[in-house]
Design a protein around this ligand. Structure first.
Ligand code: SF4
Length: 300
């Protein structure tokens, strides 16, 4: 069979599609990245759409098996495919990607993880994920690394193999313990590309006590030895916060000396888009928000 793999919008190699590719290669099929002009030549096409806001121009429900959180949050791989190793060759990716855990200890209302994956639980060791051993870089997709009851064993493995590790979905700073902060500081953490020593956290919600928890977590991580410039906070806007609360969080994070990355809840909304552009492209260094917002800068 000729199998087409259609990655609509992933920013990193798509783990589910790589596992599907492995499955079909093991069945003796020909697997290739989907070419729209060749749509009628495939026996089967698998597509994944991760984000709500991308258009998925060539998606066709009749001709494709489609999954991904940007399409249907309830679609999951069958166990026989889920348990396979990813086929990195379809992306020519030299490093390693995987989950040591699934689920999350929290239940943020805007998030699909708790409903889809349940409570935090361990699924794989670093040894099992680190299959491309010519690379010492492992990107973890865990949503709640320290929620894994076996997290300290995973840290031990990272040390044992002298690996660089990216906690690509961020770590939960609100409940990070001293022990976990020290474990974080002890590893070679990296951003998603592996090019920068940086760890991500989030300040998504505005609510009683959240700021205090962020402050305490920040101090704990800093005391453990992580420098503020090695931290980046995702800031969700457009969910349940006002413009004033968004700017407060952004200003405060800039003042703490950490990077801050604005994530619009709705990327089609002008204010959210403009605020993300203003912050994420560092325009705030030269133009105050109010000036950007009401000026001819492409604001809103
Ligand atoms: S902490 Fe992150 S993964 Fe967990 S429910 Fe909240 S947004 Fe989702």
């Amino acid at each position: 069979m000729r199998i087409g793999i259609y990655d609509v919008d992933s920013k990193i190699p798509n783990l589910a599609l790589m596992k599907i590719a492995r499955y079909h290669l093991e069945c003796g099929d020909n697997v290739e990245m989907f070419l729209p002009l060749a749509i009628n030549s495939y026996d089967k096409i698998y597509a994944s759409k991760v984000f709500d806001y991308t258009d998925g121009l060539y998606l066709d429900d009749d001709q494709m098996q489609i999954g991904g959180t940007g399409w249907n949050k309830s679609v999951a791989l069958p166990d026989e495919i889920e348990n396979l190793q990813p086929e990195y060759s379809i992306y020519d990716y030299p490093h390693n990607i995987g989950f040591t855990m699934r689920g999350c200890r929290f239940r943020c209302k805007f998030c699909v993880v708790p409903d889809k994956e349940g409570k935090a639980h361990s699924v794989k060791t670093i040894d099992e994920i680190w299959t491309q051993r010519n690379s010492n870089f492992v990107m973890l997709l865990d949503n709640d690394f320290f929620g894994n009851p076996d997290w300290s064993d995973r840290i031990t493995e990272v040390h044992k193999h002298d690996l660089q590790v990216s906690f690509s979905q961020g770590l939960n700073i609100r409940i990070i313990t001293d022990e976990q902060a020290k474990a974080l500081a002890s590893v070679e953490f990296r951003n998603m590309s592996g090019g920068k020593k940086q760890v991500h956290f989030a300040w998504d919600q505005w609510g009683k006590g959240t700021e205090k928890l962020i402050d305490e977590g920040f101090e704990r991580v800093k005391s453990a030895g992580v420098k503020p410039y090695q931290m980046c906070f995702f800031v969700l806007v457009g969910w349940n916060t006002t413009e004033e609360q968004d700017l407060y969080r952004i200003d405060k994070l800039h003042g703490m000396g950490v990077d801050c990355f604005v994530m619009p809840f709705n990327r089609n909304e002008r204010y959210q888009k403009a605020l993300a552009r203003w912050n994420n492209r560092f325009l705030w260094r030269n133009v105050p928000w109010k000036e950007y917002k009401y000026g001819d800068w492409g604001g809103c």
